[in-house]
Design a protein around this ligand. Structure first.
Ligand code: NCD
Length: 333
C-alpha cells in the first residue's frame, strides 16, 4: 500500500482538488477559500439549515471502519443539505469483516453509481490507495486516517479559531494531551501553520509528543502551566487508547493530575482564551465538566462548523468534477 500522503495524488492535471486526502500542500489562498465557503454555510442552532443542489445527482457513501459520531453524522447532513443521495455503511455489517477487500467494496458501490466515497479507517494510506483505484469520475474524502490526518477536522478547528479570534497571525494556540496519536493535532497544526498562526504550541508528556520532524515549526512544552501560559486557544485531546498497544498500563489519574484542563489551571491562559476539544471527550480525564461546559468552551461551535466545513469541501470537490466534465466535453465536441 502506498505511503504517499496524497498531496499530489489529490489533484487533477490542472492542479484542482479532485480528492480531499490531506491538508499537506494546500496554500494559504486555497485554505482561505475553503474557510470562506464554509463560513457561508454556517448556521446556529434554531436557524433553518442551508440547502442547495450542488450535489444533486451524486451518491455519497460513508464508509466508516472506525467508530464515529460527529464526523459521520456531519458528512451525512452536509451531503443531504447539498442535495445528494447518501448511504452509510455500518462497519459491523459490512462485508469487510467477512474478508472482502476494501477495493471490492468500493467497486461494488461504484456499480450502484456511488461516486463520492467518504472514508475513515485505522490503516495509514488507505484513502490514498482507494483514490488511486476509483473510477475517473469518482472522488475520495478522508474522514480520519489512522493517526496520520483528519483534514476536515483541521479546517473546522481553524474556522472556529478564526471566528473567535480574528487574525490568526496574532493568535497563540496550545494543543494539549495525546498529540502523538492524534490525527486532529496533525491536521489542525498543518492548517494553522500554513495560515501563518502567531504561535503553535504542542503541550504533552514526552511519551505522547511526536518526533521533532512533525509539525516542525511548533514549539514544544513538557509542562502544562508553561505550555498554556498566555495562550489564546487551549485545545484538549483525549488519550487515544485504541492506538496505544499497552494502554492498560497508562496511569490515567496521573495524566489527569498533570495534564487535565481545569478551571484552576486555565487561569494560566489569557482571560479570554477559548477552550476546544474535537470530541469524544473523556470528562474528568483531559478536561473537567466545569471547563467543558463553561463560558470559555467553544466545543459545540466546533460541531456546528463541522457540518459547514464538510459542505464546503463536498461542494468544492464536486464543482471541480463538473469543471473537468465541461472541459472534456468541449475537447470532444
Ligand atoms: C477525533 C478523531 O476521530 O480523530 N474525533 C473526531 O473526529 N471529532 C478525535 C478522537 O477520536 O479523539
Amino acid at each position: 500500500m502506498t505511503t504517499d500522503t496524497g498531496a499530489e495524488l489529490q489533484r487533477d492535471p490542472e492542479g484542482r482538488l479532485r480528492h480531499f486526502l490531506t491538508l499537506e500542500g494546500l496554500g494559504r489562498d486555497e485554505l482561505e477559500q475553503l474557510l470562506d465557503l464554509a463560513q457561508f454555510y454556517v448556521r446556529t442552532p434554531g436557524d433553518m439549515p442551508p440547502r442547495d443542489q450542488t450535489l444533486a445527482g451524486r451518491t455519497v457513501a460513508n464508509l466508516f471502519f472506525e467508530p464515529s459520531t460527529r464526523t459521520r453524522v456531519s458528512f451525512e447532513l452536509a451531503a443531504r443539505r447539498l442535495g445528494a443521495d447518501v448511504v452509510n455503511l455500518d462497519l459491523q455489517s459490512s462485508s469487510r469483516v467477512k474478508g472482502e477487500t476494501v477495493l471490492d467494496t468500493i467497486y461494488t458501490l461504484q456499480a450502484m453509481l456511488v461516486d463520492v466515497f467518504v472514508m475513515r479507517d485505522a490503516e495509514p494510506g488507505l484513502p490514498a490507495y482507494v483514490a488511486q483505484h476509483v473510477a475517473p469520475h469518482a472522488c475520495v474524502l478522508n474522514a480520519g486516517e489512522a493517526h496520520v490526518s483528519h483534514p476536515t477536522q483541521g479546517l473546522l478547528d481553524t474556522l472556529t479559531i478564526r471566528q473567535r479570534k480574528g487574525d490568526l497571525r496574532t493568535t497563540s494556540v496550545a494543543i494539549v494531551g495525546d498529540i502523538l496519536h492524534s490525527r486532529v493535532a496533525r491536521s489542525t497544526g498543518t492548517a494553522l501553520l500554513a495560515l501563518g498562526v502567531g504561535e503553535l504550541r504542542l503541550v504533552s508528556p514526552a511519551s505522547l509528543m511526536p518526533e521533532a520532524g512533525e509539525l516542525a515549526d511548533a514549539s514544544r512544552y513538557h509542562s502544562l502551566a508553561d505550555g498554556i501560559r498566555g495562550a489564546d486557544v487551549v485545545m484538549a485531546l483525549r488519550i487515544q487508547h485504541e492506538r496505544i498497544p499497552d494502554s492498560a498500563s497508562l496511569d490515567i489519574d496521573a495524566f489527569n493530575r498533570e495534564w487535565g484542563i481545569t478551571a484552576e489551571n486555565l487561569r494560566y491562559a489569557k482571560p479570554d482564551a477559548i477552550v476546544m476539544h474535537p470530541g469524544p471527550m473523556n470528562r474528568g480525564v483531559e478536561i473537567t465538566n466545569e471547563v467543558a461546559d463553561g463560558p470559555q468552551s467553544v466545543i459545540r461551535q466546533q460541531v456546528s462548523n463541522g457540518v459547514a466545513v464538510r459542505m464546503a469541501v463536498l461542494a468544492t470537490i464536486v464543482r471541480n468534477v463538473q469543471a473537468r466534465n465541461v472541459e472534456a466535453g468541449r475537447r470532444a465536441g
